[in-house]
Design a binder for this molecule. Structure first.
Ligand code: C2O
Ligand code: CU
Ligand code: CU
Length: 497
């Protein structure tokens, strides 16, 4: 249908670094069991299983995957939506304020645990790796949906195995709605499309090719783009506005997304829900685990038009474009919706309220000998909390991540993620001495609004503002390049009263 030919042959990664072997640091999982908050009657009760299976992804043999399968035990039957033909887990839809109970059963041949990425949940429901359960075992989650309307997600979190389990297919969306967002009347139903972007490499028998050790350095870069588990993703659209909810569910690849016809992208939301006002970008940078909501108004398009979302590295002019998905405008629809000038109230924290505004908590991201990924010189330890990692319940704090450039190994990106909360991005400072080409990437970033993951470029310092509310306990912060996480770039922080 399109006249434009875009190569799907090969993905051009951002990083020209070759991968090398690394030593997997051994860790002993501690099987502590935290009591779940019982006593509250759930509004929504789900069963969720992680199971091996197979799905038809490419022409020919089915691909062996690991996937989440769910069932509504109590509550609205439409709260779970299966994506037909996809290895991705069901989309869970919940209302703000609902009490959710999930009975997780691990039917994988190894330990696993589910983490609710971006949600503000008690320690017992956060899926810390020390809570991982063995094959055939169960774990019960109880939490109240406290977050703003937005697209959150869930994925496994057993230490050292997260990258592999996500690669095998384990991931799903958790979409929260609330009254404030409903009142806006944005495109909903079929015109609100969750889109999970991932990359994979297949062997000649259509099986995923993956080995953590060989991707320990740069992280994994697949040679095909999948959307919602489907290659060469297309959808048939109508001449009206759409809300596209993008998640980068890839292990390591950072996408720079643009519309093939050069029209700008209208961004209306980030990890933690709607922005205050829409922002436009010529291209949109999307790091692993990040979400962005994009408003796409097809009202002025003609039937027969098509539009492709491409990935193109702006830091490498002349590099190939990769098609991510194609929209075919095929149905007439006269629905006209104007995007409101004000989308939401962010209720941001005040920087002055931070207890350490003069002296931010500093986290240095680096690589040690033998390809060990480090935060402040340390690797993940299952339950250890440093002095610099103990925070007080109720405090507002400034945290600062610094991506220390590696002179020998090339410069790598670290999408840093903090569990259990949404933060604000206050400021980035950038040393152009390092990887000047990366400076171009800033134009694709959307730092306004609420975030739980922030991309830290080589030589960059990023200051964040956050508040530790409601829950005491042990939470994680880590690099969401899953290979870096599994190779130690993860630490605990503890919230205490
Ligand atoms: Cu999606 Cu600990 O992460
Ligand atoms: Cu998370
Ligand atoms: Cu990293």
């Amino acid at each position: 249908m399109g006249e434009k030919q875009i190569s799907r042959r090969e993905f051009v990664g951002f990083l020209g670094v070759s991968s090398a072997a690394a030593i997997l640091n051994a860790c002993t999982p501690l099987k502590t069991n935290i009591q779940a908050a019982e006593g509250v009657e759930p509004d929504l009760e789900l069963a969720l299983r992680a199971i091996p299976g197979s799905v038809p992804v490419l022409e020919g043999a089915e691909t062996r995957v690991w996937r989440y399968e769910g069932e509504v035990l109590k509550g609205d039957a439409t709260a779970l939506q299966t994506i037909p033909g996809s290895y991705l887990g069901p989309i869970i839809r919940a209302r703000k304020g609902q009490n959710v109970r999930v009975h997780f059963t691990n039917q994988l041949p190894e330990d696993s645990i589910v983490h609710w990425h971006g949600l503000h949940v008690p320690e017992s429901a956060d899926g810390h790796p020390r809570l991982a359960v063995g094959s055939g075992e169960k774990y019960q989650y109880d939490f109240t949906v406290m977050d703003r309307a937005g697209m959150y997600w869930f994925h496994p979190h057993p230490h050292g195995r997260t990258a592999t389990q996500v690669m095998m297919g384990l991931a799903g969306l958790f979409i929260v709605t609330d009254e404030t967002e409903d009142a806006l009347g944005l495109s909903g139903g079929d015109f609100d499309l969750p889109l999970v972007i991932q990359d994979r490499t297949f062997d000649s028998d259509n099986q995923f090719v993956y080995d953590l050790q060989s991707h320990a350095m740069t992280g994994f870069f697949g040679d095909r783009a999948l959307v919602n588990g489907v290659p060469d993703y297309q959808f048939s659209a109508a001449t009206r506005p759409y809300r596209l909810r993008l998640l980068n569910g890839s292990n390591a690849r950072v996408y720079a997304l643009a519309w093939s016809d050069g029209s700008p992208l209208t961004v209306i939301g980030t990890d933690g829900g709607l922005l205050e006002k829409a922002e436009t970008r010529d291209f949109l940078l999307l790091a692993p685990a990040e979400r962005r909501d994009v408003w796409l108004d097809l009202s002025e398009r003609n039937l027969g038009d098509d539009l492709t979302l491409v990935h193109k590295d702006p830091a490498r002019p002349g590099s190939e474009e990769t098609a991510i998905l194609t929209i075919n405008v095929e149905q007439e629809d006269n629905t006209r919706l104007l995007l409101p000038d004000t989308l939401s109230m962010l209720n941001l924290h005040e920087e002055e309220a931070a207890v350490n505004v003069e002296n931010p908590r500093a986290f240095n991201l680096s690589m040690g000998m033998g390809m060990r990924w480090l935060i402040n010189g340390k690797q993940f330890e299952m339950t250890a909390v440093d002095k610099n990692e103990a925070v007080k319940l109720g405090d507002v704090e400034v945290w600062e991540f610094f991506n220390e450039p590696h002179h020998m190994m090339g410069n790598l990106y670290h999408p840093m993620h903090i569990h259990g909360l949404q933060f604000q991005i206050l400021e980035r400072s950038y040393d152009t001495k390092y990887a000047q080409k990366d400076a171009l990437l800033h134009e694709g970033q959307v730092d306004a609004g609420w975030h739980d993951t922030v991309l830290v470029l080589p030589g960059e310092r990023v200051r964040l503002l956050m508040k530790f509310e409601h829950f005491e306990g042990l939470y994680l912060y880590h690099c969401h390049t899953l290979e870096h996480e599994d190779m130690g770039m993860m630490r605990n922080y503890r919230v205490s009263a």
